[in-house]
Design a protein around this ligand. Structure first.
Ligand code: ADP
Ligand code: MG
Length: 341
C-alpha cells in the first residue's frame, strides 16, 4: 500500500433514489435504503437507512422520515446532506484516529439540474470529501454491466430505479440518445396500493406494496415459473378493521400495466431518435436492463416483445451502478472524460 492510499480513502457512491450503495476497495461497505429519520425539534438525525426504513409510515409526533431523493432529484437539500454524511461515516469501519482525505466518485441521475448537482457536491464536501467527481447514472450502469462504453459499437442500457427509468444509448464514451421518465419502482408501489384499495377495499401502506411487488410482482399475465400467491394484510376500508387476502401475480400484472406501458414508450422513443449506425449496433447487441426495477418478473420478456430485440438483465442489477462507479474511480485515467468536476 502506497503512502498516498494510506492517507486517502477512495469511495464510490451510487446515490440512488431508493438505495445508496458505497464501495471501498471493491467491497460493498454501505447498502442502505436512501431514507432518513429526523427529529423536527432538534433537526438531528434519529436514524438512517434500514433503521429509518423500519420507522416509515409508523412515526408520529416530532419524528418524521424523508426520502430526500424521491424523484431522482434532490427534493430536499438538508436531509440529503445529513443522510450522505451518515452513510460516509459508516465507511470508516476501522475507526481510524486520523480522518483520511477522501476522494469520491458519485453517481447522479442524468436528469439532474445544475443546482441539484451542486447540492450533491456540497453534501459530499460537507461530509469530508477533498475531491469529488460526478458520473451520470446510465454511464455508470453501462460500465458496471460490463459494456465497453468507449468502444464505437453502440449499446442501449435501461436503468430502472426507484424514482426514474433512464434509457440511454452509449457509444464512444458519450450518451448518444436518452430518455428518462419518472415511472419506476416507486410508481409501481403506488399502483399496487391503489389497486388494493380499488379492487379489494383494502388500505395498505407503501412498505406492504413493496413486499407485494417483490413477492408477486409481474409485468406479464403469463409466467412459466409463477410465484406462489401472497397473503396481504391491511385495513378493511368498509369495516375499518384489519383483514388479509390472497393475491396472485396476474392481478399485480394488471395493476402495473399502465406504468409498464410508460416505460415501454420511453424505450421506443429512445430507439426512434437513435442514429441509424447505432441502431444497427443495438440490433445485434440488444438491450441491457439494470437497476432494481429490472428484477420485476417478465419485464425483459415484455421489452423484448415490443422492441423485437434481445434483452439481457445484467448480473446483480441492484449494484450495477455502484460497480460501474467504482470501476470509474479505480480507472480515472481511462474514464476521466466520462466524469465531471
Ligand atoms: P435507485 O437507483 O433509484 O436507488 P435501485 O436500482 O436501487 O434504485 O432499485 C430500487 C427499486 O427496485 C425499488 O423501487 C425496488 O422496489 C425495486 N426492486 C427491488 N427488488 C425488486 C424485485 N425483486 N422486483 C421488482 N422490483 C424490485
Ligand atoms: Mg440507481
Amino acid at each position: 500500500m502506497g503512502l498516498f492510499s494510506l492517507f486517502t480513502r477512495e469511495i464510490a457512491i451510487d446515490l440512488g433514489t431508493a438505495n445508496t450503495v458505497i464501495l471501498h476497495d471493491n467491497k460493498v461497505v454501505v447498502d442502505e435504503p436512501s431514507i432518513i429519520a429526523i427529529d423536527s425539534r432538534t433537526k438531528s438525525v434519529v436514524a438512517v437507512g434500514k433503521k429509518a426504513l423500519m420507522m416509515e409510515g409508523k412515526t408520529s409526533g416530532e419524528i418524521y422520515t424523508v426520502r430526500p431523493l424521491r424523484n431522482g432529484v434532490i427534493a430536499d437539500f438538508q436531509p440529503t446532506e445529513l443522510m450522505l454524511r451518515e452513510f460516509i461515516k459508516m465507511t470508516n469501519t476501522k475507526h481510524s484516529l486520523i480522518t483520511p482525505a477522501m476522494k469520491m466518485v458519485i453517481c447522479i441521475p442524468s436528469g439532474i439540474t445544475e443546482v441539484e448537482e451542486r447540492a450533491v457536491r456540497e453534501s459530499a464536501e460537507q461530509a469530508g470529501a477533498k475531491e469529488v467527481r460526478l458520473i451520470y447514472e446510465p454511464m455508470a450502469a453501462a460500465i458496471g454491466s460490463g459494456i465497453d462504453v468507449l468502444d464505437a459499437n453502440g449499446n442501449m442500457i435501461i436503468d430502472i430505479g426507484g424514482g426514474t427509468s433512464e434509457v440511454a444509448v452509449i457509444a464512444l464514451g458519450s450518451i448518444a440518445s436518452k430518455k428518462s421518465v419518472q415511472v419506476a419502482g416507486d410508481r409501481l408501489n403506488t399502483d399496487i396500493k391503489e389497486f388494493m384499495r380499488r379492487e379489494h377495499n383494502l388500505d395498505i401502506g407503501i412498505p406492504t406494496a413493496e413486499q407485494i411487488k417483490i413477492n408477486v410482482g409481474a409485468a406479464v399475465t403469463h409466467l412459466d415459473n409463477p410465484p406462489a400467491d401472497y397473503e396481504v394484510y391491511g385495513r378493511d376500508l368498509v369495516h375499518g378493521i384489519p383483514r388479509s387476502i390472497m393475491i396472485n401475480y396476474q392481478e399485480i400484472a394488471t395493476a402495473l400495466n399502465n406504468s409498464i406501458n410508460s416505460i415501454e414508450d420511453a424505450v421506443m422513443q429512445a430507439l426512434n431518435v437513435t442514429p441509424p449506425e447505432l441502431s444497427a449496433d443495438i440490433f445485434k447487441t440488444g438491450i441491457y436492463l439494470a437497476g432494481g426495477g429490472s428484477l420485476l418478473r417478465g419485464l425483459d420478456k415484455r421489452i423484448n416483445k415490443i422492441t423485437q430485440l434481445p434483452v439481457h438483465v445484467v448480473e446483480d442489477p441492484l449494484r450495477a451502478v455502484a460497480r460501474g462507479t467504482a470501476i470509474a474511480l479505480k480507472n480515472l485515467d481511462k474514464f476521466e472524460s466520462l466524469t465531471k468536476y
